[in-house]
Structures are given as structure tokens and as C-alpha cells.
Design a protein around this ligand. Structure first.
Ligand code: FAD
Length: 539
């Protein structure tokens, strides 16, 4: 059996090496049009920034090392330009010289990845993109030779932010342009506020809600007419699946523009499989197709496709889109759907915001974080989570992603037995706390109000009660609120106005106790979810 693989990075090399482990005699030929194979593209921004100084550490293998260890026939600077499905051959063109030849296959695996999207704008040829080691080399050469002082990064997604941070580390004055009103679309607005603050704190100038219209020799022009100095222009406005080869071969392309595959990664041709950024996956929550250009899924699919070719039963589960990014001193991580998407899709959901510490407050070094959980109050299904903060953000999102994958309900988070000692967590881990809050909401029927519902509730006649201390109230409060500290609440009940009450504290915990007390005394009270901190971040 001869397997030909197109693309020698994440998905392609996972497939090739797994296939070798499963079948010592299989003939495996891998074509890569670039110069490098099996490299760590996720590390590229950090090489540009000098954090990963050793370029060689990004190159995990060479064709020679792959031949020696795995008996793989890896051919670089060799582009597959056509697939003749009837004859089961690919047409290969050597990048140097253009010589062409055919290669026969029994099974073909496409892992061509995705290409950065480049809009057709005046002067766009000067803009750089970051996808390959060759691209990173272009950056480092330009930084060394021309010593640029200003950079404009267009696009506030994961790669745009990582590139902005790393150019800042190289001493450039960096501006970030983003069409949306916020960076990092997977975050809801109240969660992204800390990211904006962090970027500005490090001197990255944010230009939100505007678009690039023109690239000039030493500047860029924006849709709002502003000109930004730009010795260097970086485009990071998303990627498009590389489907040219598949489309020309007549393979089915899915509704989102990726190669359509079944849950064994087989395309519409039974001899051809496809994996990685080029293919459409299934969204775990909706069952609809989705483009999820992330390394975990590309690697997982690469392994599974080898299993499928070797005749093992395989099945790729729906994906959650779990992702994480470092932005200076902040960590941001997400899994599943955000509130914007749930609302737009008309799904029933409830949101919870908390602001725990990474570990017990009495042990030195605890770092704050904000967590948001979205769940379906009808069946308890966890729909998504977001975390922004310092240490421990990664752990909490990974636990929540695991819980979602395992089908745990939101209240079952309270039951998770998570490792605890003061240096690592709290006896009630932040993930457990989310479960406790869900339990409060579902079983004690405690009502919460979200930050964006506050104005309407007050207009309808509710009174806002700040149950923090007088000093906290004086340091900043929601306009129009009465200050009645929690510990004085019982004694001063007669000061409360008639009608509905909305209680708030700093993060929602004292507010919960106050709400329970007031409800117990037959007052209609609701707690402001996430407290003053969430409201303040959002407004
Ligand atoms: P790729 O790894 O892109 O490999 C495709 C290869 O196919 C390319 O080398 C290309 O040259 C080759 N090719 C294409 N067409 C042909 C052809 N016709 N003939 C021969 N060769 C061809 N993901 C994360 O989860 N976390 C991160 O932190 C993260 N950071 C990233 C940072 C950067 C700068 C980039 C660019 C990506 C990052 N990703 C990250 C995404 C991750 O790298 C991709 O999801 C993953 O590499 C996809 O694997 P793939 O095999 O589908 O495509």
C-alpha cells in the first residue's frame, strides 16, 4: 500500500509518522512545497520577537532525519499541482526548475493547511504575513537590515496579538488595527476589556472599529481617514483553507469553504483523505460544520487518518475550539461558544462570572483571574467558558473543556475532585465554585442580573444596593446605588426602599449572601452576577 501525503507540517507529519508506526512496510511519500518540514509554526511569532532565539529549535525534523527514523520519503520544494483521481496519481512540480513528474498513490492524504487572507488593497504587496519558517526569516531579515521603528499589525486575533507583542519586544512602536470593536472575537466584551488594558499598558496603540484601506510606502491609511506610521505592516486578518488542489480535483468543498470530510477524514473520493486547517470539522455544540484552524485538531486528525488508512475504526468527535493565548502578562483561554454566538443563535443559556484567585489568597503569589461560564439552565449542559488572568487560567479552561467533552453538566463541576494545596488552588477550586453557583441558581432559585440587564431593571423601578464596605463604595460604585454593607444589612433592613432590589458587591460572593438573606426575609432581590468588577470591565 502506497500513501502519498501533501503537506509536511502538523497534520501531514502526524499522519506519516503514525502510519509508519502502524505499518513498518507501507510506502509513504510526503510532498512539501516549502523548504522546511515538521516545524513549529506556533512558535514563529516568538522567534520573530527573539523569545525563541534559536531558529533551529523550531525545526523538529529534516527530510534526512525523517528518513532515518521513520523511513519516510519526504520531498521538499515539491508542490503537488494536480490530482488525477481516475488514475490515482498526483502531478508534482519541483519548485526549483519547474520539472514535473507523476506519483502514483493507493491512498492520498491532503494536509495543505490554510493561507493568510490578503485583501486586494492598494500597496498591499508591502504587507507581510506569518505562516512559515520562510516568512519568519523574512521578518528577522527585515528587522536586522532595515531596523524599522514602527509597525502596524492588522487583525486582533491570536496571531495578530502574538505578532504585536513580539514586535513590541523587538523595540518597535506597534499599532494594532481591528475592524471589530474588540480584539479576540472569541471573548465577550466584558471579558476582553482586560486585554485592551493590557495591550495599552504596554504601549500598543489600539485602533478598533476601523479597517485598513491603503498601504503607503511608510504608513497605512485607515477607513476613518487616519494615517499610521508603518515601517512594517503585518496582515493577520484570518486564514482561508487551501482548497485549490482539492477543488480542481473535483472533491466536495463544504459550506464554509473547507474540504468536506466525514468523521474518518475521508473526502468525497474514497481513496483521498484530508486533515488539518484545510478541512471542515463538526462543531460539538451545534453539529454544524466549522473551520477550526488549530494545531491540536490538525495533529489529532493526522493520527486518526493514519489509523483509518491502516484499517482501524476511527471517529473524530465534534470540536469545541478550545484555544489559549498569552498577551504580555495576561493569559486568555476559551472553549465552546461565547455569549454573543449563543444569543445570535437564539439558544437558551445562563451566564456566570467569577473573579477568583489562582490559588489560596493567604499563600504568596496568588494571581487574579476572571472566569465566565455559559450553560443551559434547562438541562445543565455546559455551552462554553472564557478565562482571562494570570497563573491558572490554562488549567481551569482545560478542566472545563474536559468536562464539556465528557458531557458533565454545569452543576457537576461542584463534584470534581481537583488537586489542592495552597500553592496551587483553593479547597474550593474556581471550577468547583462555578458548580456551586450553578447549584445555587438551579436549586435555591436565586436570581442573578447580568451587567447588560442592569439599566433596564433600574428603569423598571429596581433599587441598586451596594453591600460592600463604605471604603469600597467610596473607591468606585455603580451610579445611583445605596451603600448598605452586608454586615449591617440585618440591622438596617428598614432603610431599604420598597420594591425590587438588585444587590451587588465586588465579585458577586457577598452579593449572593445578601440576596439569600433578603429573599429569606421576603424581599424580592437579585444578585448582580460578577459584581462591580464585571460591571466596571464592561462599561
Ligand atoms: P500546516 O501546518 O500549515 O501545513 C501545511 C503545509 O502544506 C505547508 O507547509 C504548505 O507549504 C504545504 N502545502 C500546501 N499545499 C501544498 C501542495 N500543493 N503541495 C505541497 N505542499 C503543500 N494553533 C494552535 O493551536 N495554537 C497556537 O498557538 C498556534 N499558533 C500559531 C501561530 C502561527 C504564526 C501560525 C501560522 C499558526 C498557529 N497555529 C496555532 C495554527 C496551527 O499551526 C495550524 O492549525 C496547524 O499547523 C495546521 O496544520 P496543517 O497540517 O493543516 O497545515
Amino acid at each position: 500500500m502506497k500513501t502519498v501525503i501533501v503537506g509536511a507540517v502538523a497534520g501531514g507529519m502526524s499522519a506519516a509518522t503514525r502510519l509508519r508506526r502502524l505499518d513498518p512496510t507501507a510506502q509513504i511519500v510526503v510532498f512539501e512545497r516549502g523548504e522546511h518540514v515538521s516545524y513549529a509554526n506556533c512558535g514563529l511569532p516568538y522567534h520573530v520577537g527573539g523569545v525563541i532565539a534559536d531558529r533551529g529549535s523550531l525545526l523538529l525534523h529534516t527530510p534526512d532525519s525523517l528518513r532515518a527514523r521513520f523511513d519516510l520519503d519526504v520531498r521538499v520544494r515539491a508542490e503537488v499541482v494536480a490530482v488525477d483521481r481516475a488514475r490515482q496519481v498526483v502531478l508534482v512540480r519541483e519548485v526549483a526548475g519547474g520539472a514535473e513528474y507523476e506519483e502514483r498513490y493507493d491512498r492520498l492524504v491532503l494536509s495543505p493547511g490554510a493561507a493568510p487572507f490578503v485583501p486586494d488593497l492598494p500597496g498591499i504587496e508591502r504587507a507581510m504575513t506569518l505562516r512559515s519558517v520562510t516568512d519568519a526569516d523574512r521578518f528577522t531579515a527585515l528587522l536586522a537590515e532595515r531596523q524599522p521603528r514602527t509597525a502596524v499589525v492588522v487583525g486582533g486575533g491570536f496571531i495578530g496579538l502574538e505578532t504585536a507583542e513580539n514586535l513590541h519586544l523587538r523595540g518597535l512602536a506597534v499599532s494594532l488595527v481591528e475592524l471589530d470593536r474588540q480584539v479576540l472575537a472569541p471573548l465577550d466584551p466584558e471579558m476582553v476589556a482586560a486585554v485592551h488594558t493590557e495591550l495599552r499598558r504596554h504601549g500598543v496603540a489600539l485602533h478598533l472599529g476601523t479597517a485598513l484601506t491603503k498601504v503607503l510606502p511608510d504608513a497605512v491609511e485607515l477607513a476613518d481617514g487616519r494615517l499610521l506610521a508603518a515601517d512594517l505592516v503585518v496582515l493577520a486578518i484570518g486564514v482561508r483553507p487551501e482548497v485549490g488542489l482539492a477543488r480542481a480535483a473535483g472533491l466536495t468543498i463544504g459550506p464554509r469553504g473547507g474540504i468536506a470530510v466525514d468523521d474518518t477524514m475521508r473526502t468525497s473520493d474514497r481513496h483521498i483523505y484530508a486533515v488539518g486547517d484545510a478541512v471542515e470539522k463538526t462543531d460539538r455544540l451545534s453539529g454544524e460544520t466549522a473551520l477550526i484552524p488549530l494545531a491540536n485538531t490538525a495533529n489529532r486528525q493526522g493520527r486518526l487518518v493514519a489509523d483509518a488508512i491502516a484499517g482501524r475504526p476511527v471517529h473524530l468527535d465534534g470540536r469545541l475550539g478550545t484555544a489559549i493565548v498569552q498577551i504580555f502578562d495576561l493569559t486568555v483561554a476559551v472553549t465552546g461558544w461565547n455569549e454573543k454566538r449563543l444569543r445570535a443563535a437564539g439558544r437558551t443559556y445562563q451566564a456566570i462570572h467569577t473573579h477568583p484567585a489562582s490559588h489560596a489568597g493567604y499563600y504568596p503569589g496568588a494571581e487574579p483571574m476572571s472566569l465566565k461560564l455559559l450553560f443551559d439552565p434547562g438541562n445543565g449542559r455546559i455551552l462554553g467558558a472564557q478565562a482571562v488572568g494570570g497563573a491558572g487560567v490554562d488549567k481551569r479552561i482545560d478542566v472545563l473543556a474536559t468536562a464539556m467533552r465528557a458531557g458533565l453538566t454545569a452543576d457537576e463541576l461542584a463534584d470534581l475532585e481537583l488537586a489542592y494545596a495552597p500553592a496551587f488552588s483553593s479547597a474550593k477550586d474556581p471550577v468547583n465554585m462555578l458548580g456551586y453557583i450553578v447549584d445555587n441558581l438551579l436549586t435555591d432559585a436565586q436570581r442573578t442580573v447580568q451587567w447588560h440587564e442592569l439599566d433596564a431593571a433600574v428603569t423598571a423601578g429596581a433599587t441598586l444596593i451596594d453591600v460592600r464596605t463604605a471604603a469600597e463604595h467610596a473607591a468606585g460604585h455603580i451610579p445611583g446605588s445605596l451603600n448598605l454593607p452586608l454586615d449591617e444589612l440585618r440591622a438596617r433592613m428598614d432603610e431599604l426602599p420598597a420594591g425590587d432590589l438588585i444587590v451587588y458587591c465586588q465579585v458577586g460572593q457577598r452579593g449572593h449572601t445578601a440576596t439569600a438573606l433578603l429573599n429569606g426575609l421576603n424581599r424580592r432581590a437579585a444578585n448582580l452576577d460578577g459584581g462591580y468588577r464585571t460591571w466596571h470591565a464592561a462599561t
